[in-house]
Design a protein around this ligand. Structure first.
Ligand SMILES: *Cc1c(COP(=O)(O)O)cnc(C)c1O
Length: 437
């Protein structure tokens, strides 16, 4: 085990206690620090680009609650708006004007959807979009890609079967084989695989779902031509194309990857940033498809706390701050600066590292070149990440606790050149330790 130079005693004690309450001590598995060293940090507060743990260590945060906090921690406008709304109550289970406001704001600034439905998580959004695709097309199979994550939906916790079998096998206990068999899993970046699959199965396939910016298993940036190909082949076979933009939505641009690449999917799912730090997800699309959702249509979908006024307020207050035309170009510029600096340093030192990036997402990829498929990721290289992660904790930089996780730049850090430069310097030093010991 790697040795700590910082005191993490309070986190360690709290983690031991948490194990008496929660399976593995956590409420979401990757938080348990299984693939890095030591106990997970218990964070007690966040402000701007920093988080503070229960031992009063402060970190510059590149995880940002796994993506939602593009404006950093405890954004003042979001906080004040939420407090003002809470004074009137938290949830009514009725329509509210807060829901209208967020719905209108999104639809007014998005060319790709004209109806939206709010839910409470990304998983729920994806689950509902898949049901809608099946209900709309009357077909039962779905196609997903190896290396894309879509939440813990039964039908999507599936990986490619062995050998020639196209149908998926589940990646979790508790998912009947018969469910997994309705999911076809294909490799990313491979037009032929999609063509051949649809030649045989098109009549049964309701949708192709993809993370247009795959960012849950490394950052596997796809060729634009490949994404355009998916649009064309879906049209050819009357298969719906679903962009799962739970990470990329409002992150690579206000219109997400659809806007970034200029490709119109049939359905889009959102989560993370859309709630400004509170639990919100959504799925949207053209009216002709969305009107199949209950109560207009036969596809049932519901939620007790869906579109509650507090979450809607947080989302609206967040999104209003992102609409400034300079926002996304500036975030991308600063992320490029960080990624270029690390790549240049690695090249100078002869370390095997590339830093793929898009918008304000980056990934430390311990390969000579950026990779586009999960099969191309070098699993052994995660040892470098483990050392790097540990060293950065010692010096006050927090990355998500797995080498397969991407980093997110927050606006407060992008705007603080000195802090960003310091984080870059600390990352360079941590690279030295990871590569030289
Ligand atoms: C995070 C994520 C999900 C799941 O969202 P939850 O809110 O964690 O349920 C689904 N799809 C993608 C692309 C994600 O990044």
């Amino acid at each position: 085990m790697l040795k700590d130079r910082i005191k993490r005693t309070n986190s360690e004690v709290l983690f031991s206690e948490a194990k008496q309450y929660f399976p593995g001590g956590v409420n979401s598995p990757v938080r348990a620090f299984k693939s890095v060293s030591g106990a997970p940090l218990f964070i007690k507060k966040g402000s701007g680009y920093t988080i503070t743990d229960e031992d009063d260590n402060q970190y510059t945060d590149f995880c940002n609650s796994w993506g939602p906090l593009i404006l950093g921690h405890n954004n003042e406008a979001i906080r004040e708006a939420v407090i003002a709304t809470i004074h009137n109550g938290m949830s009514f289970g009725t329509p509210t004007n807060h829901g209208n406001e967020l719905g209108k704001f999104i639809l007014d600034h998005n060319r790709y959807i004209d109806r939206i439905r709010f839910v409470s998580s990304g998983t729920e959004a994806v689950m509902s979009a898949i049901r809608l695709a099946r209900g709309y097309t009357g077909r039962k199979k779905i196609i997903k890609f190896e290396g894309c994550y879509h939440g813990h939906v039964d039908a999507l916790m599936v990986k490619a079967g062995s050998g020639l079998a196209t149908f998926g096998v589940s990646t979790s206990a508790g998912i009947p084989e018969s469910f997994a068999q309705e999911t076809i899993v294909l490799p990313l970046d491979d037009e032929k695989a999609v063509e051949q699959c649809l030649e045989t199965h098109a009549a049964d396939v309701a949708c192709i779902i993809i993370e247009p910016v795959p960012a849950n298993n490394g950052l596997l940036l796809q060729r634009k031509a490949y994404l355009e190909f998916l649009r064309e082949i879906c049209d050819k076979h009357n298969v719906l194309l679903i962009f799962d933009e739970v990470i990329s939505g409002f992150r690579v641009g206000f219109e997400g990857a659809a806007g970034y690449y200029g490709i119109e999917p049939d359905l889009i799912t959102y989560g993370k940033i859309i709630g400004g730090g509170l639990p919100v997800g959504a799925f949207g699309g053209k009216q002709a498809i969305m009107e199949h959702v209950a109560p207009l249509g036969a596809v049932y979908q519901a939620g007790t706390l869906s579109a509650n006024p507090v979450a809607m307020t947080a989302g609206l207050s967040c999104l209003k701050q992102l609409i400034d035309p300079d926002f996304y170009p500036f975030m991308a510029k600063k992320t490029n600066e960080l990624a270029d600096a690390l790549e240049a340093y690695a090249a100078e030192k002869g370390y095997v590292l590339t830093v793929p990036r898009i918008g304000s997402i980056f990934w430390l990829c311990f390969s000579k070149e950026a990779v586009r498929t999960s099969a191309a990721i070098n699993a052994d290289s995660m040892e470098y990440f483990k050392i790097l992660h540990h060293e950065l904790l010692q010096t006050g930089v927090y990355l998500g606790p797995s080498g397969y996780e991407v980093g997110f730049l927050s606006a407060p850090l992008a705007h603080d050149q000195a802090a960003l430069d310091q984080a870059i310097e600390l990352m360079k030093k941590a690279l030295d330790i990871a590569f030289q010991g």
